[in-house]
Design a protein around this ligand. Structure first.
Ligand code: BES
Ligand code: MN
Ligand code: ZN
Length: 499
C-alpha cells in the first residue's frame, strides 16, 4: 500500500473513504463534532441508535455522507479513552484496513485521533498504524497456482494530521513504519517459503539481490570451502549431514562514518531443522522450515536500513544450513572444534543452532563491533517460559539489554530478560570436550545463551530467542516478521531519528 500525509481538512479531502475514530462511552472531540454537524448528525445518530459503540476495531460504514468530499464515512472504534495509546490506534486501523481491502474503497484517509496530543504520540501512532495495516494486508500466495487477490484492494492510505505542528511527526512516523513493514514483509516471505525452495543458497541469493539496490550495501556469501579455511568446524559439522551446502551470508551496510564501529546482527538461518540423528517427532515438523526466521529478520532489517538510508554502520551475518539425518551427519557424542578453538561435545544433534551460531559469533569479531545481537529460534524451552507473545533476551551487557527492552516496548515488539550465571554455566560441562552442546534438564533457554557467552567475551552482546514469536501455528500459520520492528527501532534510536 502507498501512504501519504496531509493537513487538508477532513471535510475537504476527496477519498473513497474517510475514517473517523471514536471512543467507547465518550463525547466526540471538536473536529468529529464539527464533521457530525456538516453531515447532518449521522455520527451522533449512529451512536444514539446503538449501531456503533466504539469498541476497539468496531466499524460502521456510512455511504454518501452529506457535506463531505469523501464517498464513504467509516466510523472506527478505538476502545476506551483511558486505555488509548498509539498501539491501540494500530490495532483498530488494522481491522479497518482488512475490511476496506475486501470492499469497494481503493483509497482511504484517516483523521488522526485528537487524543494524540504530543509530537511523540503522533509519530508513534503513524508508524504503528502503518506497520499494523501492512501486517493485516499481508498475503503469501507465492506457491499457489491460482492467486486470489481482493477484487478492489485498498491501495492508498492518507494520514490527516490535526495540526501543522504535528505534520512532520506523522510524516516521519509513516515513513519509518513503511520501512519496518517492508522489512517484515521480506522476512515473512523468506520464512513462509518451504525448505525445498528457501535453501541456504536461496537465502544468499536474496541477500545479494538487496545489495544490487544500494551502493551502501555489500553482500558476500562464504562457501563451505572458505569456512573450512577459517576453521568453522562447528558450523560445518551441521551442514555435513545435508546435501545443501552451507553458506555464511555477510551483509555490510555502510551508512555511517568510515571506520565507525558497526552494530552486528547475527541471525540463525537453519532452513530446515529435522533434528538430525536426534530426530524430531513427525507432528508439526513442517514448522521447522521457520528455523531460519532469525536470519530472515536480519535480512529484513538490513533492507530497512537501505530504505531509510540510516546514518550508521550495520553488519548482518546469517549462517545458513539444513539439519538432517544422514550417514555423514553429526552423531551424539561427536566432538567438533569451533573457529574459536573450543571443542564441543555434541550430546544432542538437535541443538544445532548454537553450533552454527557460535562460529558466526566468532566471525563477528573481525568487524570490531559496537554491539552484537544474535537472533535465533533457538529453544522450545523459551516457548514454555514466555509463550508466543514476548521474545527471550539474554546477554553480557546491562546497557545493551536495557536498550533492547526499551526498543521492544516502543515498537510493540517486546522482549523479556532472563538471567545467566555460573550455576547455569556448570550445566554445560563435558567429560570429553571443552563444553557440551546441551545443558541437561532445566533452564534450556538460559543454558543455550550460556553456550553463546563462551564465544562472545570480546564484545557487548545480546541474544534474542524468538522461538515463540517468529511464527504462528494452527489456522493462522505463518511468519510474523518479528523482531524486525524491535531491531529497526534500536537502529533508529541509535541514529537519534526517533522524536
Ligand atoms: N529450532 C529448534 C528450537 C525450536 C523448537 C524452536 C520448537 C521453535 C519451536 C532448535 O534447534 C532445537 O531443536 N532445540 C532443542 C534444544 C535441545 C535439544 C537442547 C529444543 O529446544 O528442544
Ligand atoms: Mn534443533
Ligand atoms: Zn533449530
Amino acid at each position: 500500500m502507498r501512504y501519504a500525509t496531509t493537513t487538508t481538512a477532513a471535510e475537504r479531502i476527496a477519498t473513497d473513504c474517510l475514517i473517523v475514530t471514536l471512543f467507547e462511552k465518550n463525547r466526540l472531540d471538536d473536529t468529529s463534532s464539527a464533521l457530525d454537524g456538516i453531515t447532518g448528525g449521522v455520527i451522533q445518530a449512529a451512536l444514539r441508535n446503538g449501531d456503533i459503540t466504539g469498541k476497539s476495531g468496531e466499524t460502521l460504514m456510512l455511504y454518501q455522507p452529506h457535506g463531505l468530499k469523501a464517498r464513504r464515512l467509516l466510523l472506527l472504534g478505538l476502545g476506551e479513552r483511558k486505555s488509548f495509546s498509539p498501539k491501540a490506534l494500530g490495532e483498530a486501523l488494522a481491522s479497518a484496513c482488512r475490511q476496506l481491502d475486501q470492499s469497494g474503497s481503493r483509497d482511504a484517509a484517516l483523521l488522526m485521533p485528537a487524543a494524540l496530543e504530543s509530537v511523540t504520540d503522533n509519530y508513534r501512532a503513524a508508524s504503528e498504524g502503518v506497520v499494523r495495516s501492512e501486517e493485516a494486508l499481508y498475503r503469501f500466495e507465492q506457491c499457489k497456482s491460482k492467486k486470489n487477490p481482493p477484487k478492489r484492494p485498498l491501495k492508498k492510505l492518507t494520514l490527516l494530521a490535526r495540526e501543522r505542528r504535528l505534520l512532520n511527526a506523522v510524516k516521519k512516523g509513516a515513513s519509518h513504519g513503511e520501512a519496518v513493514a517492508r522489512g517484515m514483509n521480506l522476512a515473512r516471505d523468506l520464512a513462509n517459503l518451504p525448505g525445498n525452495i528457501c535453501t541456504p543458497n536461496y537465502l544468499a541469493e536474496q541477500a545479494r539481490k538487496l545489495a544490487r539496490q544500494s551502493d551502501k550495501l555489500k553482500v558476500t556469501a562464504l562457501t563451505e570451502k572458505q569456512m573450512e579455511k577459517l576453521g568453522m568446524g562447528a558450523l560445518l559439522s551441521v551442514s555435513r549431514g545435508s546435501r545443501q551446502p552451507a553458506r555464511l551470508i555477510v551483509m555490510e551496510y555502510r551508512g555511517g562514518k568510515a571506520g565507525g564501529r558497526p552494530v552486528v546482527l547475527v541471525g540463525k538461518g537453519l532452513t530446515f531443522d529435522a533434528g538430525g540423528i536426534s530426530l524430531k517427532p513427525a507432528a508439526n515438523m513442517d514448522e521447522m522450515k521457520y528455523d531460519m526466521c532469525g536470519g530472515a529478520s536480519v535480512i529484513g532489517t538490513l533492507q530497512a536500513c537501505v530504505d531509510l538510508e540510516l546514518p550508521i554502520n550495520v553488519v548482518g551475518i546469517v549462517p545458513a544450513s539444513e539439519n538432517l539425518p544422514d550417514g555423514e551427519a553429526n552423531k551424539p557424542g561427536d566432538i567438533v572444534t569451533s573457529m574459536a578453538g573450543l571443542t564441543i561435545e555434541i550430546l544432542n544433534t538437535d541443538a544445532e543452532g548454537r553450533l552454527i551460531l557460535c562460529d558466526a559469533l566468532t566471525y563477528a569479531e573481525r568487524f570490531k563491533p559496537a554491539a552484537v545481537i544474535d537472533i535465533a529460534t533457538l529453544t522450545g524451552a523459551c516457548i514454555v517460559a514466555l509463550g508466543h507473545h514476548i521474545s527471550g533476551l539474554l546477554g553480557n551487557d546491562d546497557g545493551l539489554a536495557e536498550e533492547l527492552l526499551q526498543a521492544g516496548e516502543a515498537s510493540n515488539d517486546r522482549a523479556w530478560r532472563l538471567p545467566m550465571g555460573e550455576e547455569y554455566q556448570k550445566q554445560l560441562e563435558s567429560n570429553f570436550a571443552d563444553l557440551a552442546n546441551i545443558g541437561g534438564k532445566g533452564a534450556g533457554t538460559i543454558t543455550a545463551a550460556c553456550f553463546f557467552s563462551r564465544f562472545t567475551e570480546k564484545y557487548k552482546w545480546a541474544h534474542l530467542d524468538i522461538a515463540g514469536t517468529a511464527w504462528k501455528s494452527g489456522k493462522e500459520k505463518g511468519a510474523t516478521g518479528r523482531p524486525v520492528p524491535l531491531l529497526t527501532e534500536l537502529l533508529l534510536q541509535r541514529c537519534k531519528l526517533v522524536p
